[in-house]
Design a protein around this ligand. Structure first.
Ligand code: AMP
Ligand code: GLY
Length: 421
């Protein structure tokens, strides 16, 4: 079989790695891929948002299945384009991808279907937004409506900060059209959980849960990033809370979306009054995938074919109970300005350590050497019998890898360790 994976992050390296375990996979292509996928797949230099280029490639090379990693091609309709021509592809169509690509659409959907979420006010103009901010309690949250790669959300402690966010998004246009509508939201407190499910249009199967660490610095300080690390353990939610999420959030969403097929990722806040949805992503989380897929004992590719052929209900997913943790090694300066092209050493030694797997994110391979090519460079992942051991293994491996400007958070998984597992 020939499989195409669209994307180039740590998430896609983990997906390519999991697909490659299927015995009948002859060839995997990653578009555009990174220095890690280069070792397992053939990297093809087609950008993830060049949906017509991807379509031509998949058709000419006769792909048996295409899997979409990131949100942008989904929102551009890559799934619709492939399916129109009968090409097999896993991911939601553009209409369903709006659950991620338009926050105002998603929030209206939650309201209409009584899915618990923070109270909100969509605003089409800056004047409307400023007026709303005058009557908010603080902190309050200001969100750009469209896709903004994690840069479109401001948790404002004061009205002045909230006004500055509105000014940036709506008046200065820092995010382009993504910021021409904003959603102002009530601030929720509680613990955040990444809750992902496989969905085939009719039935859904939950994955093991994970927690991301979005802030740049230890102690959840500093700016939001694409994710500085994550862990996955089975005790993030109690069984009752898990049932509640499926009943009150996931099932009504899938029932009211039309044929949602692919991965639905609920970013949840577990509040004092129960779980609420902060946002949906319509794809695998990054870096959550790097701790969830290593725990999947079932064959990922078979699950993906089940989704494409709408027979997911017949599969019993098996998960490894062992916790997993991943640490993002980032370039100094991230999430601001960074320098690329630093040579990375120690990857082989780190990857040989027990339970450790190093996923590449912003890297590229050149003449057999690996160089940095992005802010989030590597996701050093480890599994072990306990979360504490998994973190110890991951951090020890982080020390074995070197590149100029290497940095990482030292407190990934602290909250999880408090859950004693
Ligand atoms: P998002 O990009 O929508 O996932 O938002 C980024 C982060 O902002 C979330 O992970 C939360 O930590 C925070 N956030 C977003 N909306 C809210 C809210 N209504 N209340 C509290 N925190 C929020
Ligand atoms: N980990 C957050 C995301 O994938 O959007």
């Amino acid at each position: 079989m020939k499989i195409l994976v669209i994307g180039s992050g740590g998430r896609e390296h983990a997906i390519v790695d999991a697909i490659g375990r299927h015995p009948q996979v002859k060839q995997i292509y990653a578009a555009p891929g990174n220095g890690g996928t280069a070792g397992l797949a053939t990297n093809v230099s087609i950008a993830a948002d060049d949906i017509h280029g991807l379509f031509e490639f998949a058709r000419n090379e006769r792909m048996d299945l295409t899997f979409v990693g990131p949100e942008v091609p989904l929102s551009l309709g890559v799934v619709d384009l492939f399916q129109k021509d009968g090409l097999k592809i896993v991911g939601p169509n553009a209409a369903n991808a709006r659950l991620e690509s338009s926050k105002s659409f998603a929030k209206q959907f939650f309201r209409e279907h009584k899915i618990p979420t923070a109270d909100f006010w969509p605003c089409q103009s800056a004047a409307e937004a400023y007026a709303r901010l005058d009557s908010m309690r603080y902190p309050a949250v200001v969100k750009a409506d469209g896709l903004a790669a994690g840069k479109g959300v401001v948790v404002a402690e004061t009205r002045e900060q909230a006004r500055a966010a509105v000014r940036d998004f709506m008046e200065s246009g820092t995010l382009g059209t993504a910021g021409s509508t904003v959603v102002i939201e009530e601030f929720l407190t509680g613990e955040e959980v990444s809750f992902m499910v496989f969905a085939d249009g009719e039935s859904a199967q939950p994955m093991v849960m994970a927690q991301d660490h979005k802030r740049r610095f230890d102690g959840d300080k500093g700016p939001n990033t694409g994710g500085m690390g994550a862990y996955s353990i089975d005790t993030i939610l109690s069984p009752e809370q898990h049932d509640e999420v499926m009943r009150a959030i996931i099932r009504p969403t899938l029932k009211n979306a039309v044929n949602f097929a692919g991965i639905l990722y609920a970013g949840l806040m577990i509040t004092a009054t129960g779980p609420k949805i902060i946002e949906y992503n319509t794809r695998f989380g990054d870096p959550e995938t790097q701790v969830v897929l290593p725990r999947l004992k079932s064959d990922l590719l078979e699950v993906l074919f089940d989704i494409a052929e709408h027979r997911l209900d017949s599969r019993k997913l098996e998960w490894d109970p062992e916790p997993a943790a991943t640490i993002a090694l980032v370039a100094s300066g991230y999430p601001g300005k960074i320098e690329n092209g630093k040579r990375i050493t120690g990857l082989e030694k780190a990857g040989r350590q027990e339970g450790v797997k190093v996923y590449h994110a912003g890297t590229r391979m050149e003449d057999g050497s690996v160089f940095t090519s992005g802010g989030r460079v590597l996701n050093v992942t480890a599994r072990a019998a306990t979360l504490t051991q998994a973190l110890d293994r991951a951090y020890a491996a982080c020390e074995m890898i070197e590149f100029e400007g290497k940095d990482y958070r030292r407190d990934i998984g602290r909250k999880g360790m408090a859950k004693k597992r």
